[in-house]
Design a protein around this ligand. Structure first.
Ligand code: BT5
Length: 328
């Protein structure tokens, strides 16, 4: 590790706290001038570091760049994100993950891009992913489950994003079934899951997550339906920090799932899901269904009580919820 990274590592242990130049010098075995020079380099790279005579140096703010180093800083997961591929530009991090899945990259590998030129939504739609403004990333998982059970992984990823935004950003983020994360009635995050499987056995699952962080993430015509974290909170968020919070929650949730099974997590999902109890409509090949969203099954399907009193179970697809995304 370079000297400047060692200094940064030390300052990061307690952001905002002063570390004396003398202590840094002694700990790293360098001169005080070398400490100062490295601090200057870090400042040139965008780190905001305060220096006060007799107190030393304190890290105030990190630059909002996505690099392996910025993401790894204080990432305490054991699997998720331990292998990390960062791109300044790619077509789609989901495509990237699928390409590399075939070459054997391990469970938990994360693919992140500053910009996607062909960001994908569900059902062939596109996902606008301009450079530097959002978090566009994919998780590669190799779970031991059947293709039918794989959709659970997506639910768990949605729950991880929801938890992370509530804890880290302190914003009232909720889940819109199956996988949108909303703040108020607008979408802050979308999830696209793809998989490679044999008949009975999953080879890999790729969970692609797009989160609007800064202003300008989505085109103006989506302003009724979309929102960014900065907009929702009036602050400016550091993308690497948000990513770390999500990876940490996701690993924790996967462990909870192993330890205690899906039940508790499903009840948490239901309690965070804004779709339940609302009037919804869903178009299916056999016509449109309208009714009340009543529940979510063990497999993550949505149960709708239709207007003529029947129950319908929706596995996937488009469900509009009254009051959300500009729906009357
Ligand atoms: C989704 O699709 O919500 C899944 C989005 C997944 C994106 C991630 S980014 C990393 C990974 N790599 C990829 O290529 N994809 C994943 P869907 O529910 O179909 O929503 C798509 C619709 O959302 C579009 O038709 C637009 O109306 C709208 N949209 C597009 N860009 C948006 C944005 N940045 N923010 C909010 N809404 C957006």
């Amino acid at each position: 590790m370079k000297t400047k990274e060692k200094i940064l590592q030390k300052l990061r242990t307690a952001p905002g706290t002063f570390f004396s130049g003398e202590d840094l010098r002694a700990e790293l075995g360098i001169s005080r001038t070398a400490v100062w020079k490295n601090i200057q380099t870090l400042r040139e790279e965008g780190f905001s570091i305060s220096s006060v005579t007799n107190r030393g140096y304190a890290l105030l703010e990190e630059p909002d760049i996505l690099t392996e180093e910025s993401i790894r800083a204080s990432l305490s997961t054991r699997q998720i994100g331990q292998a990390l591929r960062v791109f300044s530009v790619t077509d789609s991090t989901n495509n990237e993950a699928k390409r590399q899945a075939l070459q054997g990259v391990p469970h938990g590998t994360v693919f992140v891009a500053e910009e996607q030129t062909g960001g994908k939504g569900r059902l062939g739609r596109n996902w606008v992913s301009p450079p530097g403004l959002g978090l566009w990333f994919s998780l590669l998982l190799r779970p031991h489950c059947t293709p039918q059970q794989a959709s659970r992984m997506t639910l768990l990823a949605g729950l991880a994003v929801c938890r992370a935004l509530q804890k880290e950003i302190k914003v009232d983020a909720r889940i819109k079934w199956p996988n949108d994360i909303v703040i108020g009635s607008r979408k802050v995050c979308g999830i696209l899951t793809e998989m490679g499987a044999e008949m009975e056995q999953i080879e890999y699952v790729v969970i692609g997550i797009g989160i609007n962080i800064h202003d300008g993430c989505y085109p103006p015509e989506l302003k009724e339906r979309a929102v960014s974290l900065d907009e929702a909170t009036g602050k400016t968020w550091n993308r690497a920090a948000v990513l770390r919070a999500i990876l940490t929650e996701f690993e924790e949730i996967l462990q909870e799932n192993e330890r205690c099974g899906l039940q508790t997590l499903l009840s948490e999902y239901r309690s965070q899901c804004v779709t339940l109890g609302r009037t919804v409509s869903c178009s299916r090949p056999d016509g449109e269904i309208r009714g009340q969203a009543m529940g979510i099954t063990e497999e993550g399907e949505l149960i709708i009580q239709t207007e003529n009193g029947e129950k319908a179970v929706i596995y996937s697809g488009e469900v509009s919820v009254q009051g959300f995304y500009g729906q009357k």
